[in-house]
Design a protein around this ligand. Structure first.
Ligand code: NZQ
Ligand code: ZN
Length: 391
């Protein structure tokens, strides 16, 4: 039986070639003082910056800028943004970038109204205090990966304390997201791979959880997984393949906008392990997921072998003739890992220079969610991280 659920996602998506021309209309209901937030400079090289600033001009906005948001964005950068917003009386935030830029904007938006926003990291991301207001913001997505453009959560790293934590609140849905697949043409190949691993992982985090009785969410999830696999392979053949790029962009959004979570418990333990790894080693999120996911599944698959066997058949097209359910389940996990290797993702910690002995230090910092099939302990997590050194 499906779990009870509420599905409510108010984000307006303007999708397709030239969608940035909608910006003046999208911005019209909001104040004119806009903080433009972007990353390390890719948008200046590929022309997105000029296109967006031209639209902001047409919209009659006064624009302040917060550049240089780093991948795995940090609390220190959020504080810079908070200062500008409070000093200048900013009305609206516009994130132009991938998940890191969008998540940084979500953190700024939630912290600015706090009486003392300087301890936002502790209050929101650690103690999970509920916010009662947030600055409105929109996004111009430049990379298909996290789905942050249509969810209400974000992830921020406190590098000094080696903690990477998430925060979610319905006030943190973007007011709109502009998604032009052409904008993703210049994303470096390794980031295209990491982004696709991330969306595949989001789909699996929902799929591999109870209930397993027939349900629409799992059926849609299988379609999304097959789509991510085939469209990534097509995009890697031709980075300017519009069909593949547009499918990947929409797949990344659908993977985490709540649709396939309807009626499901969800898992998210792999994400917790990855966040802990990148809080110590600053590796790309998708790279960490590629390493952890198959090892985590080998550790817990026996809790739901029939579901892993179903997935092996429907997503990896293994017919399973003559195999036991357990063998088929393991064959599916092997297929996932072989595919990750084939596309060029790392599958062991040594490929990203994380020494095995760090498992002792990292495992105690991993949040234990206990909602997936296997309720894992800190000791289990230590073993899973250690197993990530094996091929
Ligand atoms: O910084 P710039 O110069 O823009 O370059 C970026 C960055 O180096 C580059 N890039 C993005 N669009 C580009 C481009 N380069 C050329 N052309 C373009 N069009 O790509 C690099 C990676 O960008 P980043 O935003 O860091 O990647 P991603 O979208 O994967 O975001 C990762 C962050 O999101 C968090 C991750 O943990 C990580 O901190 N996540 C957020 C989630 C959410 N809000 O729901 C869920 C996820 O599970 C995830 O945890
Ligand atoms: Zn993710």
């Amino acid at each position: 039986m499906m779990e009870r659920f509420t599905f409510w996602n108010p984000v307006r998506i303007d999708f397709g070639k030239g969608a940035a021309s909608h910006l003046p209309g999208l911005l019209a209901p909001f104040g004119r003082k806009v903080l433009l937030v972007y990353g390390g400079g890719s948008i200046k090289k590929n022309g997105i910056y000029s296109e967006v600033t031209e639209q902001l001009k047409k919209a009659g906005c006064s624009v302040w800028e917060l550049p240089a948001i780093m991948a795995n964005p940090r609390t220190t950068k959020v504080l810079e943004g908070i200062d500008i917003c409070r000093r200048e009386g900013i009305d609206f935030l516009l994130a132009v970038g991938g998940g890191s830029v969008i998540d940084c904007v979500k953190a700024i938006a939630s912290a600015v109204p706090l009486e003392d926003p300087r301890d936002f990291g502790d209050r929101l991301y650690i103690k999970k205090e509920k916010i009662t207001s947030a600055l409105p913001f929109g996004t111009v997505l430049t990379m298909a990966a996290t789905g942050s453009e249509m969810d209400c959560g974000g992830v921020i790293t406190n590098w000094e304390e080696h903690r990477k934590e998430s925060y979610g609140n319905p006030l943190l849905y973007p007011k709109f997201s502009v998604c032009d697949p052409v904008y993703t043409y210049t994303v470096p190949k390794n980031q295209v791979i990491f982004g696709s691993v991330d969306m595949l992982s989001h789909t699996m985090e929902a799929y591999f959880s109870k209930p397993d009785t027939p349900n629409v969410s799992d059926d849609i999830a299988e379609t999304l997984m097959r789509g991510i696999i085939s469209n990534l392979e097509a995009a890697l053949q031709d980075l300017h393949d519009y069909t593949a790029r547009s499918n990947l962009m929409w797949l990344s959004t659908l993977a985490i906008n709540g649709l396939i979570a309807c009626g499901k418990k969800e898992d998210w333990q792999t994400h917790q392990i990855e966040h802990a790894l990148s809080a110590f080693y600053d590796i790309p999120h998708g790279a960490g997921l590629a390493i952890v996911q198959p090892h985590y599944y080998r550790y817990i698959y026996h809790e739901a072998p029939e579901k892993f066997a179903r997935w092996a058949r429907s997503v990896w097209h293994i017919d399973g003739k003559g195999m036991t359910e357990n063998e088929l389940a393991l064959a599916g996990i092997d297929a996932l890992q072989s595919w990750l290797k084939k596309i060029g993702a790392p599958t062991t910690l040594k490929e990203v220079d994380i020494p095995a002995e760090m498992a002792d230090r990292i495992a105690p910092t991993v949040n234990l969610l206990g909602i997936g099939y296997g309720k894992v302990s800190t000791e289990d997590i230590r073993k899973i991280i250690l197993s990530c050194n094996e091929e």
